[in-house]
Design a protein around this ligand. Structure first.
Ligand SMILES: NC(=O)c1ccc[n+]([C@@H]2O[C@H](COP(=O)([O-])OP(=O)(O)OC[C@H]3O[C@@H](n4cnc5c(N)ncnc54)[C@H](OP(=O)(O)O)[C@@H]3O)[C@@H](O)[C@H]2O)c1
Length: 201
């Protein structure tokens, strides 16, 4: 259900596929930064930075003057570096690699993976600035938070304007017809997509 209060006109310069990637993924990224309210120069950790939420979050955070460290598989490191993040491989030793990438410490984080991947980085971040949308139960247990969403037209307009201006790329790499919805969902469920997968009706 789409309500009038959470709908916006798609401006010229924003494709329907890009627009489809904005309300949930990019909107969550936008709201994370509003929730965290970090000052320019602070360091944000994005755990799982190469996916649907991570890609816009890295770009929006850099626009706000934050330093960004993003965990990702090695195949996504060049992409993240291109968006201005310092990429870090996840797995054994990830906390040490993040400390090396952010010698001044991490001021806030959004986890997009949950479970052991969240546990591995949780100690690096002040609990009040630790957010996860992938594992709401665990993040609460760790003293952190879920992201409070602002589902408003104003946020959609702001995101669409950035895309139209070429300042935000939701990175829609996979566009599939509805008939391939099963395969598209299976791809997403594998947990390693790059950017967004969009279905066309
Ligand atoms: N508001 C909400 O509550 C809300 C909104 C949107 C999404 N979500 C949830 O948030 C989560 C993330 O969404 P998304 O759309 O960004 O997912 P996604 O597109 O699947 O991206 C997740 C990323 O995590 C990386 N990853 C996988 N295992 C990892 C590990 N152990 N350590 C670090 N990175 C790892 C994956 O790629 P590589 O392994 O190749 O690096 C992938 O790029 C999902 O659980 C989704 O359901 C919640």
């Amino acid at each position: 259900r789409v309500t009038a209060g959470f709908a916006a006109h798609r401006p010229p310069g924003v494709s329907p596929e890009q627009a489809a990637a904005l309300p949930v993924a990019a909107g969550t990224a936008w709201d994370t930064l509003t929730n965290l309210d970090l000052p320019a120069g602070a360091t944000l950790l994005v755990n799982g930075a190469g996916g649907g939420v991570g890609v816009p979050l890295v770009q929006l955070a850099r626009r706000r003057g934050l330093a960004v460290v993003g965990t990702a598989s090695p195949g996504k490191h060049a992409l993240l570096a291109g968006f201005g993040a310092v990429p870090v491989a996840y797995g054994d030793g990830v906390a040490d690699r993040i400390r090396a990438a952010a010698p001044g410490g991490v001021d806030g984080a959004l986890d997009l993976v949950g479970g052991d991947a969240l546990r591995a980085v949780a100690g690096l971040v002040p609990a009040a600035a630790l957010y996860s949308i992938a594992d709401k139960a665990l993040v609460a247990q760790l003293g952190g938070r879920d992201v409070t969403r602002d589902r408003s037209t104003a946020v959609l307009d702001a995101l669409a304007a950035l895309v139209a201006a070429g300042e935000l790329d939701p990175l829609v790499r996979e566009v599939r017809p509805l008939a391939e919805a099963g395969a598209a969902l299976a791809l997403v469920e594998q947990g390693h997509v790059t950017g967004k997968v969009v279905l066309v009706l």
